[in-house]
Ligand binder design. Structure first.
Ligand code: PPE
Length: 305
């Protein structure tokens, strides 16, 4: 579905008209995949649009940059304010937000040190990422033939644009084979995550999610879900999962800012009970949390205006 346009995009300190948010074809990051980005959502709450865990997302953007040695010329506080201003400028009650820091026009070649760093923040309405009603219907998963990159290849902890070639290869392979999404294994064969979501599997009543050392992104939704699950009284742990754990799991769900909480109904044609009761309970609290309807987690909703 084509992107739905909104009035303004923030670029290097100012809000410019959507159509004017252009870059040169010789922009460094376009050639080498050297940018870092975030995916954030704003939701409608009783007090107006609120950006969910905004400060933590911007902090992760700074961490992504630090990992790849990029210096973002705006502080976390400045980018938090810029994101709020961008969301407010759209007048939308809810939207998806995409901040990106990239090496700009002016230098070519692999040495990023002389390059300028540009920053843009765009937002637009973006609906269900893994299909409508993915909590109840569940998604069909395939273990990818593509391996998640190793820590010494492309650091998976950094949301670097170039890292997503790996995710795109896996996503398109899965779609072409008739699946909805792919599960990526780390070079040592253990489960890492999906192309754009973290994964949780229930085994013997315990909810398990792979660690960052297995190549998973330190997901903010993963962290939210862990808090919700534990407050619901579930036993939730960070631990490694083997492919076979997924085949015999009692429940599997994936989560991310875009995908929210989505059930998995099968992995490589092995049926997974879906929707599972733990998944349903967590997805329900998550949906209320992001809309500011759970007092306990209200501090995660950062009002845009
Ligand atoms: N793993 C990966 C690889 C990933 O890209 C995401 C976010 C997550 C885990 C979940 O992280 P978090 O959003 O902090 O819970 N994926 C983004 C979508 C990627 C895309 O552009 O498509 C997102 O959810 O915004």
């Amino acid at each position: 579905m084509p992107i739905q346009t909104t009035p303004k995009i923030w670029m290097n300190g100012e809000l410019v008209a959507w159509a004017d948010a252009q870059i040169h074809v010789l922009t460094h990051t376009l050639h080498y995949g050297t940018g870092v980005f975030e995916g954030i959502r704003a939701y409608e709450t009783a007090d107006g649009p609120a950006v969910f865990r905004l400060t933590e997302h911007i902090q992760r953007l700074h961490n992504s940059a630090k990992i790849v040695g990029m210096e973002i010329p705006y502080s976390v506080e400045e980018l938090v304010a810029a994101t709020k201003a961008t969301v407010a400028s759209t007048g939308l009650p809810s939207c998806y937000i995409r901040p990106i820091a990239y090496y700009g026009y002016g230098e070519m070649g692999l040495n990023t040190l002389p390059c300028s760093v540009d920053v843009a923040i765009a937002c637009w309405p973006w609906g269900a990422y893994l299909g409508d009603d993915a909590v109840n219907k569940g998604v069909r998963m395939k273990i990818s033939s593509w391996t998640r990159h190793d820590h010494n290849t492309m650091p998976p902890a950094s949301k670097t644009t170039g890292n997503y070639v790996n995710s795109s290869l896996a996503k398109v392979e899965a779609l072409k084979a008739g699946y909805d999404e792919a599960i990526m294994l780390a070079p040592n064969g253990l489960v890492a995550e999906c192309t754009g979501e973290n994964l949780f599997a229930v085994r013997n009543g315990i909810i398990l999610t792979p660690p960052t050392s297995a190549g998973a992104l330190a997901g903010i939704t993963q962290d939210t879900v862990t808090a919700i699950a534990s407050d619901l009284g579930f036993d939730v742990r960070v631990d490694n999962l083997a492919r076979s754990d997924l085949y015999i799991a009692e429940e599997i769900f994936v989560c991310g800012t875009a995908a929210e909480v989505s059930s998995v109904n099968s992995v490589d044609e092995r049926k997974v009970p879906c929707p599972g009761p733990k998944t349903k309970a967590i997805a329900d609290v998550y949906a209320r949390t992001v809309r500011g309807q759970e007092a306990k987690y209200a501090h995660w909703c950062e009002l845009a205006v």
